[in-house]
Design a protein around this ligand. Sequence first.
Ligand code: GDP
Length: 431
Amino acid sequence: QPVLAVVGRPNVGKSTLVNRILGRREAVVQDVPGVTRDRVAYDAQWAGRRFTVVDTGGWEPSATGLQGSVAAQAELAMSTADAVLVVVDASVGATATDEAVAKVLRRSKRPVLLAANKVDDERLLADAASLWNLGLGEPYPVSALHGRSSGDLLDVIVGVLPEAPRGDRLGTGPRRVALVGKPNVGKSSLLNKLSGEERSVVDSVAGTTVDPVDSLVELDGQTWRFVDTAGLRKRVQTSSGAEYYASLRTKTAIDASEVAIVLLDAAEPLAEQDLRVLTMVVEAGRACVLAFNKWDLVDEERRYQMVRELERGLVRVPWAEKVNISALTGRSVRKLAPALRTALASWDKRVPTGQLNGWLADLIAATPPPVRGGKQPKVLFATQAGIRPPTLVLFTTGFLEAGYRRFIERKFRERFGFEGSPVRINVRVRE
Ligand code: GDP
């Protein structure tokens, strides 16, 4: 979701205004200079639009004096946020610090909005108008304390923020499942087992239109759309290029799905082809259930082998949901639906910005990012920018090494779950 950064010198009523924007759903600490806050970013919603509000007061001021530190905040805000709201105290007028901030913000390529705060009644409107001099466009008069005109300001804010990326919206209808795996792993057998007796029931679901290449399957009281299953039913044996077409079909199915069941042959060692399929799922950002099929053939010795094999083979997907099944005997096949639901719940999940930043601040205080080129990169704040798959954006002052990003992902999963879903972590470094 888009990010709005709020900047301004202390005591202009920044925190009160942030509270207004949040609808007072979250308490923000008083605007005391030098006070460290563990949270700087919050979720806001207005007119059906969701966005993140970042209170730059939480970014510790540098030792370069007030004017320098507020200007530095403005600089950071400009390079990290999608829009900047600068707050000025209209009852005081523009101070030298405000001028310094304005000078920085006039260079901004992103939209900048000017809030003239403490306009508690009509007589102060003239004071607000004098702030045109800052060269930041129209001053929007507000009274954060009394709530005056804050709705108008919010209308303008959501007007300048970029639209949230599409694909975020929850789809309707049955969830889409790809059933993939190398040839002969048991895909057709499983699909037949799953659809078996239930098919007649499923075909008569009212109001559902079935793409002929998909199959609707009822599992555990819920209807699922197994995508692109036509190729599974009619086995086409083409001698040349068979593998190419199989791989293309796998890719198409994964792209059309929300969650993939990756079928593995438990009786055989993990193959190169299995890993290729897994990589496709992870790169497409789909939720994932690993189903170890042919479990009826697994004996004590094989089971022992497997543990060690999987430790090495599945390092990329330690988070995947796992079930052991037999498409032949039907063993544990009913465990698939709960696993699919868990994976999809993670795929759909959003961690509120406040919670995310509270956790992140503690994590970084305990284990700061490694120093690079003599500099300590600072992580300013984070927001979960998207779902499906869950995507975090970390706003930083420097590059974060891959190892440290993996560390953050591991800790993030320990704290918030996300079993069965890939998680993406993007880093936005200020220029
Ligand atoms: P596909 O190519 O992935 O669709 O695989 P098939 O469903 O055609 O299965 C390939 C072979 O494996 C067939 O001979 C199946 O009977 C056999 N098979 C599938 N699932 C199981 C299972 O759970 N246990 C055993 N023992 N054999 C299975």
